[in-house]
Write a protein that binds this ligand. Structure first.
Ligand SMILES: C[S@@+](CC[C@H](N)C(=O)[O-])C[C@H]1O[C@@H](n2cnc3c(N)ncnc32)[C@H](O)[C@@H]1O
Length: 262
C-alpha cells in the first residue's frame, strides 16, 4: 500500500487531508460555542495542515509534500473566508500549476533550480575536462544550459513540463545560448555528450544510472546534483561551500578498456 502512495503521491496527499478532517472536527467542534469564530477557524486550518503533513511523512512521501499538505487547508480556508471571489483566477492558477507541475505527480521530480555557485563550478569542470558537449536532463528554466553554452562548448537541455519548457526556450532564444528541447529525459539520446548533468530527486536515480551507464560513451561523465545513485560509488563527491551545501556526485562512464563503472 505504501508503495502505491510513493508511486502516486497525490493519492497519499488526498488521503492525508481526508484522514485529518474528522480528527480536526472532533477536536474543534466542542470549542465552537466557547471560542470566537475566526480564531477557531484559523486554529482548525493550522491543525488540519499539521495532521495532514504528519500523515504524508508517515506514508513516506517526499518532503515537499509536507509543505503542500500544510499549506493546502490554509489556502482553501483563506479563499473561502474572503468569499465571493470570481472563479477565473482559480481556473488560471490551476492551469498554470498543471503546466508547470503536471509531470511531478508522475515522475516525482519537481522544479527547483541549480544555484549560481553550482553553475560556476560546473562551468569550471567543463573547462578543466576540455568537454565540448553537455546535456542537462530536466533542464528546468535552462539556467545551467545558458551559462555553460559558449566558449566553444555546446550545451543542451531537455524538459517535459510545458510551461517550464516554453520559458526555457524563450530565454535561450533571447540570449542566443543553449539548445532547449521539449522531451522526455528517458527517451533522450545521451550517446554524444561529454558531460550529462541532472538535478532531479532520489526517485529516478537507479533507473537513470541504468540508462546513462549503458548509453553514454566511455570517457564521459555523469554529474548528479544532490542525489546519489544507490549502490554505486561515485568517483568523487564535491561538497560546495554555497548556502545549501550542495553535493555534486561524479560518475565517470567506462574506463580505458570501455568497461562500465558501478
Ligand atoms: C529539479 S529541476 C532541475 C532544473 C535544472 N536542471 C536546474 O538544475 O536548474 C528538475 C526538472 O526536471 C523536469 N523533469 C522531470 N521529469 C522529466 C522528464 N521525464 N523529462 C524531462 N524533464 C523532466 C522537471 O519538470 C523539472 O523542471
Amino acid at each position: 500500500m505504501l508503495v502505491l502512495f510513493r508511486k502516486t503521491p497525490i493519492l497519499g496527499a488526498i488521503l492525508a487531508q481526508v484522514v485529518a478532517l474528522p480528527v480536526v472536527a472532533a477536536v474543534t467542534a466542542p470549542l465552537s460555542t466557547a471560542v470566537e469564530r475566526l480564531p477557531l477557524i484559523v486554529a482548525a486550518l493550522v491543525l488540519q495542515g499539521l495532521i495532514a503533513a504528519s500523515i504524508t511523512r508517515i506514508l513516506g512521501l517526499a518532503r515537499w509534500w509536507l509543505l503542500i499538505a500544510f499549506l493546502f487547508p490554509l489556502a482553501m480556508g483563506t479563499a473561502l473566508l474572503i468569499g465571493n471571489l470570481p472563479a477565473w483566477p482559480f481556473g488560471i492558477a490551476f492551469l498554470l500549476l498543471a503546466l508547470v507541475f503536471s509531470n511531478t505527480t508522475r515522475g516525482r521530480i519537481p522544479l527547483y533550480l541549480t544555484n549560481t555557485e553550482t553553475t560556476s563550478v560546473l562551468k569550471d569542470l567543463m573547462r578543466d575536462r576540455g568537454a565540448s558537449r553537455m546535456l542537462d536532463l530536466g533542464c528546468g528554466l535552462g539556467g545551467v544550459v545558458r551559462a555553460l553554452d559558449g566558449e566553444g562548448r555546446r550545451a543542451g537541455g531537455v524538459e517535459n513540463a510545458p510551461a517550464v519548457y516554453l520559458a526555457a526556450k524563450l530565454l535561450s532564444t533571447l540570449s542566443g545560448r543553449g539548445d532547449i528541447r521539449r522531451g522526455d529525459l528517458w527517451k533522450t539520446d545521451v550517446s554524444q555528450e561529454d558531460v550529462v548533468y541532472a538535478f532531479l530527486s532520489p526517485a529516478p536515480m537507479a533507473a537513470l544510472w541504468q540508462k546513462l551507464s549503458t548509453e553514454m560513451k566511455p570517457g564521459s561523465l555523469f554529474v548528479s546534483n544532490s542525489f546519489a545513485v544507490p549502490d554505486v560509488d561515485p568517483d568523487e563527491i564535491w561538497e560546495l561551500q554555497d548556502g545549501r551545501k550542495t553535493k555534486l556526485f561524479l560518475y565517470p562512464i567506462g574506463n580505458a578498456d570501455g568497461e562500465i563503472a558501478g
